[in-house]
Design a protein around this ligand. Structure first.
Ligand code: PLP
Length: 461
């Protein structure tokens, strides 16, 4: 942690304390002599992690929070506000409302209702809870939720929790929802809500939202956009025209989920749900007898399924937005563009490599995957695991993913005649979500090549 960080934090803590200086002194709880040893133990135990903040960590979706988010979160913790009700967090509730408005504005929504949540799963639960109440047959039976087979696994589980039927729509060879199949299901009048994923978790594929919106001319259904991962890419200027068209259709969605704790530089515990029609607020109506006495203003707990929520999350997000506003062409947008460029460049490099097999189409966002060249998918899968281990020995941390063979060109494996449609291969996968990844691409590529040569060389022929 930098001296600058500690200095800024100490200065702002002092200002915060001054606001309460008129009260009789109430000294802070002393930490006592044991604290130092305990924290040393904590620090040592935390060594048992991958180095997520370092650019050589290029595996799963993990991105360090911005220092201003860490500082603002820490500062807010000395108040520890609860954004359930204004009694528990007036300032942080106001900051949450402003932070949410900035997110809605980024998606070009003239009005909205929304709030932060503990994460994308809970935000999606809320979206589908509302969808289930609004999309039903004439006799009140809820219609199905449909999502692609690349959608986040929690959608089917959430539908189960809510007692809503769930339909998995197959994806095409790019991992995007197959619209021919979707249209057949819509035609059969089974679907109430289509979950459109802008940035799937495994491969960062983007469902064609623009074309799904167009289907609303013929069929009646709600659209929920799961942009937990990809939402912020709407600010990026370097997306392909197909991907751009999907993001440009976001204003037509009924609800959006975005995770500031994924690409928004926030610590975990920061998801967000937005509804386009503020009138859905009526569905939340409840009269808890004890929380809402302080004012007639909106308490966020009146429009949220969760009760207690960290006000510190809202404070951290608000502070980050002041430093890095969501403006196209701004520093925040440039960070996302760098990740996409890095993914395109690594994709190109891997396509030219003799060791690997890449999907034909370039990554839509900043997630890419590739398989290892081998006689058949089984051998390829084993090599992927070996390369993953060899790369880790060289401090390059990748991820593994089991993906359908149809994501690769048809002639990728000589000895895999007419594979089953759902046959899979274990691939290497990399999420290049830190802007620094672009500067480190050569390092990443070189370490990957060395790891591949070692792994391939270790296989007896
Ligand atoms: C991460 C993710 C989720 C789940 O969000 P959490 O914040 O992990 O609960 C849902 N959908 C997509 C597309 C995601 O990437």
């Amino acid at each position: 942690m930098s001296d600058e960080f500690l200095k800024l934090l100490a200065e702002s803590e002092r200002t915060l304390d001054q606001g309460f200086a008129h009260l009789p002194p109430n000294p802070a709880t002393p930490l006592g002599p044991a604290a130092s040893a305990i924290l040393q133990q904590v620090a040592t135990r935390l060594h048992d992690n991958y180095p997520y903040a370092h650019p050589l960590y290029a595996g799963q979706m993990l991105k360090p929070p911005h220092p201003i988010a860490r500082a603002a979160y820490t500062l807010a913790m000395s108040v520890n506000p609860n954004n359930h009700a204004l009694d528990g967090g007036r300032a942080s509730s106001a900051m949450e409302i402003e932070a949410i408005a900035a997110l809605a504005k980024m998606f070009h929504w003239p009005q909205h209702l929304g709030h932060l949540s503990s994460g994308g799963t809970f935000a999606n639960l809320e979206a589908l809870w509302v969808a289930g109440q609004l999309a039903h047959t004439e006799d009140g039976t809820p219609k199905a939720i449909a999502a692609s087979d690349q959608a986040h696994y929690t959608h089917s589980r959430i539908s189960g929790v809510l007692g809503l039927p769930f339909i998995s729509v197959p994806s095409d060879e790019h991992g995007r929802m197959d619209l021919t199949i979707l249209e057949a299901l819509l035609n059969a009048d089974k679907i109430g809500t289509v979950v459109v994923t802008l940035g799937t978790t495994a491969i960062g594929s983007v469902d064609p939202l623009d074309r799904i919106v167009a289907l609303q001319e013929k069929y009646k259904f709600r659209i929920h956009v799961d942009a937990a991962y990809g939402g912020y890419f709407t600010l990026a200027a370097n997306l392909s025209s197909e991907t751009r068209a999907a993001f440009d259709a976001i204003p037509h969605a009924d609800s959006i989920v975005i995770d500031p704790h994924k690409h928004g530089l926030q610590p975990y515990g920061c998801g967000c749900i937005l509804f386009r029609d503020p009138a859905v607020g009526r569905l939340y109506k409840h009269d808890s007898p004890y929380t809402y006495f302080s004012s007639r203003d909106l308490h966020l707990g009146e429009i949220s399924l969760e009760c207690s929520r960290a006000g510190a999350s809202a404070v951290a997000l608000w502070a980050t937005q002041q430093l890095l506003p969501y403006t196209p062409g701004g520093a925040f947008a440039q960070g996302l563009e760098a990740g996409h460029t890095a993914a395109l460049k690594l994709h190109q490099r891997l396509k030219e490599s003799p060791h690997f097999i890449s999907p034909a189409s370039p990554p839509q966002l900043d997630i890419l995957f590739w398989a290892v060249r081998a006689a058949n998918p089984e051998a390829s899968s084993r090599l992927a695991q070996l390369i993953f281990d060899e790369a880790a020995k060289r401090d390059l941390h990748l991820a593994l993913a089991k993906l359908p063979l149809r994501f690769f060109p048809q002639d990728s494996w000589q000895n895999s005649p007419q594979a089953e449609p759902d046959a899979t291969v274990t691939c290497l996968r990399s999420v290049l979500m830190k802007p620094e990844h672009l500067l480190w691409l050569d390092q990443i590529g070189q370490r990957l090549d060395t790891a591949a040569l070692t792994a391939i060389g270790s296989i007896p022929r």
